[in-house]
Every structure is written in structure tokens, then in C-alpha cells.
Design a protein. Structure first.
Length: 732
């Protein structure tokens, strides 16, 4: 079974239909978003333990359920009961109550105590639990404190189950109902009836489409104002997830109309009303959400503030004299690099871009070396921890992520550094700038003192940031700030097949494969490609080259979904690279798994893209320990595991800012939506020692030839030109 598909794995109805009642003893796996689950159920009629698969199950063990469905015979896992419909049953018999109490649903209560409670009160057990909880203290060894805890949990469970049973009348899956109850408690139904669309913005993991389905069940009409407004906001948020800062007015109207199955004419009045109420911002026929609109304008103001303020650099620094002579431990600088360094001292804001091997790192190292003898506060930063550590190792100068540099507050989720508490720096160097989204860019600019010089360094030909915006590209195309393009590939780099092929790909030429560091393993279909990939990762590369398959090798793919997508690859790689890892209950994870943080967590000081290994689990306390690449061990509760994912495989987009000794890229025709030159180029430039492409030569060729540029909707470049009174002349 592939849990990542979030689908019932086998649908043939081999035996049934049948109705089964029993107690949930263990939830092997549950995905709250889809409701997919695998559970172990103790049958009421036979007392046998069976495996049940399906969708929608109470999140806690100990619940009694009635399930109708069919028996199937899984070729690997054997007989399973495939649930079609399910309802909760209040535990009423003493046996059912004993099973519930012994299930572990109440901390500290196991089989022994459960049996004593039932033996003490017999048929009156249910009455005691509901109405006379103080009598529980009569049970030998229980005590008042534990008795009170049993009553509190029992009462909560009863209220919870009553609410779930009520919500089931509206065809709301139990997994979703559980999430709603955790957020709204006994007021859940009241909130849903008032405005079901508010749950899409208030409950994490629930989107517009789920809220819309609930609204339909509640009888809310299709043209209800709340539905139209929620649809407009959903389309704008969805565009933001795709990297756009705004949508053109007509496109927004069209997409919302299609989403809601309403006429386009019905959208315009509500959009005008939302604009008047500042729930959206309309500027020059472009529609923004308020926050992106605010920060796009604020970024320009801060750029102007910094650019036109006097600099803090000491006068008459002998930079020309320094760069005109070679220095021990440094390669001789090219004319491009010399020009770049001079430009940094003559301009408050400088952009330096170039591909791999063109000397960007040497430039940073030279700058730091030169300035160490002068009273200049140099600050090095990058969007990711790996990029920051690389800067630090090369220069010997402290470097950090932008988030750590800005001292994000765990409680507020906002940086402590801002205009009132700026960074102590005279020269700020930001590497891997192509990864900065517009929000992070704004936070950074707010904290830069007016006297500082800023150098943005990055490869503009890589994929843009995961978040909305295209900052480095916009800074360049604004043509307001000086831009230095490094093109020369240095001798040592030119000997690398990875670097030479990266430049070939970027220039529209097919890569030249070799038997040293740039391999192609031709495979035409996903099945054979996957089998080859597993063999290459587990055996071939470790045996021939000595690389660790978990720490040194990173598998990349363009897409998340499908049998050639990252989710499925992670599941299969977990099977072959960590087959004996101790499973962590109710999750897909095992001790020894390679995992990635997928959300910024300021309290734990870990950020999107940080990679670590699960090193321990405490099932009693409900804690999991993850040791990250910096050797920091961090505790996660089970509830926080939605912040991590398996990381044996990652999307090319997610790999930005990271470097790996070995990159294995799966590239097949079914990845056609993302067979783009910048995707292939970004994947190749993540590797330091070796690239292995497994897949179709035709897919490689298509990626190289597909150079069409999909422009993200931002107005940052235009706003910069306007604010700086720069007249743009299109030379074609």
C-alpha cells in the first residue's frame, strides 16, 4: 500500500457487503486533510482484530464505530475491510466502556484500572461516569486526582462524539469534523450555520472547496454573497501560492466565475464592494490582497530610502590597489569580478548575477578579506541555512539565514529587527537572492539602515522563489540599479561536467553525458525508471563511489503527485533505505527517516527547507526528536508533525538554495508540465560532485528546448522605475 497516494489501494469487492461494529484499538495511519485511514478494529461479534481502510475515522482510539463495506484481499497486507460508510456508536455496554477505558484514550488508564472500574460498578458504570464521577475514587488504587481526570476526558469524549454524530447528518467526514470541533468546540454547528466559509480562513488545512461543500449540505444558495466573496479570496490566495502577487481584474472575474459556476456579471458588484471595504486592493486594473499590495509599495519606498542616503563606507578605501594585485590563497580576479567589487563601493545597491563556476563565491570571499582591516561592519546572509553555512565556510566570516538575522519573534511570527531596531551593518551581502520572495524581501529592507550598502548575489536563471514574487528578476529588469553579469567559467570549474553542462543547458544546448560526474540512465516508463532509481540509490552509487545513500544523495523530481512524483518516491525510498526503522505510531515516519521542515517555526528556530534525521521517539510523552544538519536536536509533539515531511526525495523547487554531493533527477514524459529549461538547470546546479538523470532522453531534450518564460504577476519593477523617475526604453 502506498499511503502517499491517499487512496484506497484496492477496490475489487471480493466479499460483502457487510456491516461490522467494533472498537478502534489502533489508528495505524490517518491523513486529516483527505480523511484516508488505516486502523485496527476489535470486532464486537467475534472479538477478532481486523484491518480497516477507508476515509473518515475518529482521530482517537477507543471509539466504537459501525462500518458497512466490503472485504478485499490485499496482495501484500492480506484481508482488509474496505469501509464505505461509517457512523459512531456511543459505548453503552460495560464491555464497550471497559474497552474504551483500556484503549489508552485517557492518559494513565490501562487494562487493569479499566477492569477494576467495570467490576466495581457493573451496569451502573455509565451512570457513574456521567453523573457521579466522585464515586470513581472508590476504585482501589485510583485516587481522587485520577478519578477526576477520567471524568473530564469521558465528558469531553461524549460531547465530542455527540457533535460528530450531529455533523454526520450533513455528510461532514469525521476527520474534518474532528478538526472543526478542536477549533470551535461546542459552538461548531453555530459557526457553520452562520457562515461556513469562515472556516477556510480560520481552520488550518481546510480550504474553500471543503467549506463550499459543507455550505451546500447546509442549504446555502450558490449566489450567496459570502460564497462569492470567499470564492474571490480563494482565487487570489491560490494565485499567490503559484507565485503571483496579483491577478488582472478580468482574469480574476473569469476564474471566480468558473470556480463558482456563476455568471461573470455576478462577480463585479461584489468585487467593487470588497475593494471599497479594503478587503482587496484594485490598482490599475490589477487586484491584490491587501498585504501583498502594501508590501510591494513599501519595498520600493525602502529601496529609495537606502539608495539615496549617504553610505557608511570609510572614504578613500584603497580598493583599486587591492584588486590590482594577486593575493595568497585567492585566484586572480577577472575583469568582471574587479568591476563588480568597484561597483559595490560606488553604489548603495548592487546586483551581481551569474551561473555556477563564474566566481560569485570568490567575489564574496575577496570582499570580506579586504574589509577585515577596516571599520566596516560586514553582514553575510542567505535565505537558507545551507547557503548561509556555505558562505561562512568559504569566507571564515559569520553568516546566517535571513530569518535568524532578522531575529524573528516566535510569538508574533514577525522579526525583531525593523526600522526602529535596524541591523548593525555597513555592508549587507545577500547570497542566493533568487530565493527571496517579496514578503521576506520587505522584512529585510525594513531592517537595513539607510547608510548601509547592499549587494544582492544570485543566479537569475534559476527557478524563482517558492513564495510570491520574483525579486531578483524584478530588481534586474527595473534597470535602475547597477547589474554585473558574471559569465566567465574559471579553469577549475570548467573541468566539471556539472558546471559545463549547466551552462550548456542554460544556453539551450543538450548536456554532454560522461562516465565521471554527469550520467544519463535511459528509461522510458515510470515503473522501470523507479526500479532503476532505487537500485542506483541503495546499491550502485554507494558501492562504486562510496557515498552515503541518505546523507549524500538527494533524489529530485519536478512534481509531487503521481507514481513518478516526490510523495511516491519518498515512500519507496523509505522502504529501501530505512526498512527496519522503528515505526512511530499513527504516522508514516520511522526512527532513522530523513525529513524536511516544510513550515517556518520561529519558536524552534527551524525553517522551511531544513533537513534532519528522526533520532528518537518517546511514545509515552508523545515526543519525537529530530537532529538537524547543524547537530541541533529538537523535540516535536505528534501534533507538530504536519510541519515535516519525508525528504529522501524533494521537488526541484524545494531544493533551491541547497547543495548535495549527488543529485539523482527523475525526468519522464509524464512530467511534461514542468519539463522546462530552468527546472532542469536548477536541478543540475544543486549537485557538487555528481548528477545522475534517470528517465527519457526525449524528456531531457524537451526540457532544454522549453525556454518559455512564465512571468509572475508583480509590479515591483514598474513601481521601482516610477518611484526613481526612470524612463524605461524598450530596445527589443
Amino acid at each position: 500500500m502506498d499511503p502517499y497516494s491517499l487512496e484506497i489501494p484496492f477496490t475489487p469487492k471480493e466479499f460483502g457487503p457487510e456491516e461490522i461494529e467494533g472498537l478502534v484499538e489502533q489508528i495505524v495511519y490517518e491523513h486529516v486533510g483527505s480523511g484516508f485511514f488505516v486502523a485496527r478494529l476489535r470486532r464486537k461479534d467475534t472479538n477478532h482484530l481486523i484491518t480497516v481502510v477507508g476515509r473518515s475515522l475518529p482521530v482517537s482510539q477507543g471509539a466504537t464505530v459501525r462500518i458497512s463495506g466490503y472485504w478485499i484481499n490485499h496482495p501484500r497486507f492480506g484481508p482488509q475491510f474496505q469501509a464505505q460508510e461509517m457512523e459512531l456508536v456511543q459505548p453503552s455496554s460495560t464491555e464497550a466502556i471497559a474497552q474504551f477505558l483500556a484503549s489508552g484514550a485517557i492518559p494513565g488508564i490501562r487494562t487493569g484500572y479499566a477492569e477494576r472500574i467495570v467490576q466495581t460498578f457493573g451496569a451502573d458504570t455509565l451512570h457513574v461516569l456521567n453523573h457521579e464521577p466522585q464515586r470513581l475514587a472508590l476504585v482501589r488504587g485510583l485516587g481522587k486526582k485520577r478519578a477526576q481526570k477520567i471524568h473530564e476526558v469521558w465528558k469531553e469524549k461524549q460531547e465530542f462524539m455527540e457533535m460528530l454524530i450531529t455533523l454526520q447528518q450533513y455528510n461532514i467526514p469525521i476527520g474534518l469534523a474532528t478538526k472543526l470541533y478542536k477549533h470551535y468546540g461546542q459552538q461548531t454547528l453555530t459557526y457553520l450555520r452562520e457562515n461556513p466559509f469562515q472556516i477556510a480562513s480560520e481552520v488550518q488545512g481546510i480550504g474553500f472547496k471543503t467549506a463550499d461543500r459543507i455550505a451546500k449540505e447546509l442549504g446555502i444558495r450558490p449566489d450567496h454573497p459570502a460564497r462569492i466573496e470567499a470564492g474571490i479570496l480563494y482565487i487570489l490566495h491560490d494565485a499567490e501560492n503559484d507565485g503571483h502577487v496579483f491577478l488582472p481584474y478580468e482574469e480574476l472575474i473569469k476564474l471566480t466565475s468558473e470556480l463558482l459556476s456563476l455568471n461573470e456579471e455576478q462577480m463585479a458588484p461584489y468585487l467593487e464592494e470588497m475593494s471599497s471595504a479594503n478587503r482587496v486592493c484594485v490598482d490599475n486594473n490589477n487586484v491584490y490582497l491587501p498585504f501583498p499590495y502594501f508590501i510591494e509599495n513599501e519595498c520600493v519606498k525602502h529601496l529609495k530610502r537606502i539608495y539615496h542616503s549617504p553610505g557608511a563606507m570609510p572614504p578613500n578605501l584603497p580598493i583599486r590597489e587591492f584588486i590590482s594585485h594577486p593575493h595568497a590563497g585567492f585566484p586572480e580576479l577577472s575583469s568582471e569580478q574587479k568591476k563588480s567589487i568597484e561597483q559595490i563601493f560606488s553604489s548603495k545597491i548592487t546586483i551581481i548575477t551569474g551561473g555556477p563556476g563564474t566566481g560569485k563565491t570568490t567575489l564574496i570571499k575577496t570582499l570580506v578579506y579586504f574589509l577585515k582591516n577596516y571599520p566596516v561592519r560586514v553582514v553575510l546572509s542567505a535565505p537558507t541555512g545551507r547557503a548561509g553555512r556555505q558562505m561562512e565556510s568559504v569566507t571564515g566570516h559569520p553568516a546566517s539565514t535571513i530569518h535568524r538575522l532578522l531575529e524573528f519573534n516566535p510569538q508574533s511570527g514577525k522579526p525583531s529587527r525593523d526600522e526602529t531596531h535596524p541591523l548593525p551593518c555597513d555592508l549587507l551581502i545577500v547570497d542566493e537572492s533568487s530565493m527571496m520572495d517579496q514578503v521576506l524581501f520587505w522584512y529585510l529592507l525594513c531592517a537595513v539602515p539607510s547608510t548601509a550598502h547592499i549587494v544582492f548575489i544570485g543566479d537569475v536563471d534559476q527557478l524563482p522563489s517558492v513564495g510570491a514574487g520574483n525579486v531578483l528578476f524584478d530588481l534586474i529588469v527595473s534597470q535602475v540599479f547597477p547589474v554585473i553579469r558574471l559569465k566567465t567559467i574559471y579553469r577549475q570549474s570548467a573541468q566539471s561536467g556539472i558546471i559545463t553542462n549547466a551552462h550548456r543547458i542554460n544556453q539551450g544546448y543538450l548536456p554532454e553525458f560522461n562516465q565521471n560526474d554527469f550520467f544519463l540512465v535511459p528509461r522510458g516508463d515510470s515503473s522501470s525508471a523507479l526500479q532503476t532509481l532505487l537500485h542506483v540509490v541503495r546499491e550502485r552509487i554507494p558501492r562504486r563511489f562510496g557515498y552515503n545513500p541518505v546523507k549524500d544523495i538527494q533524489v529530485l523530481a519536478p512534481l509531487r503527485r503521481g507514481d513518478a512524483g516526490v510523495h511516491h518516491l519518498n515512500y519507496r525510498l523509505q522502504e529501501v533505505l530505512n526498512p527496519t526503522g522503528k515505526p512511530i505510531p499513527n504516522t508514516l515516519f520511522r526512527i532513522g527517516d530523513k525529513v524536511m521542515q516544510i513550515k517556518n517555526n520561529y519558536e524552534k528556530d527551524v525553517f522551511n527547507g531544513d533537513v534532519g534525521i528522526i533520532t528518537d521517539v518517546d511514545t509515552e510523552q508523545g515526543y519525537i526528536t529530530i537532529t538537524f544538519e547543524t547537530d541541533r536536536s529538537i523535540l516535536y509533539t505528534y501534533d507538530q508533525l504536519e510541519q515535516i515531511s519525508l525528504a529522501y526525495s524533494a521537488t526541484v523547487h524545494k531544493s533551491q538554495g541547497s547543495e548535495y554531493p549527488v543529485v539523482i533527477l527523475l525526468l519522464l514524459p509524464q512530467h511534461y508540465l514542468l519539463l522546462q529549461r530552468n527546472v532542469l538547470y536548477t536541478a543540475v546546479t544543486r549537485a557538487k560532485k555528481m548528477v545522475v538523470i534517470i528517465g527519457s532522453p526525449n524528456a531531457v531534450e524537451k526540457a532544454v528546448k522549453s525556454a518559455q518564460f512564465v512571468r509572475r504577476n508583480t509590479m515591483l519593477a514598474e513601481r521601482i522605475r516610477k518611484e526613481f523617475h526612470f524612463k524605461y526604453e524598450n530596445t527589443g
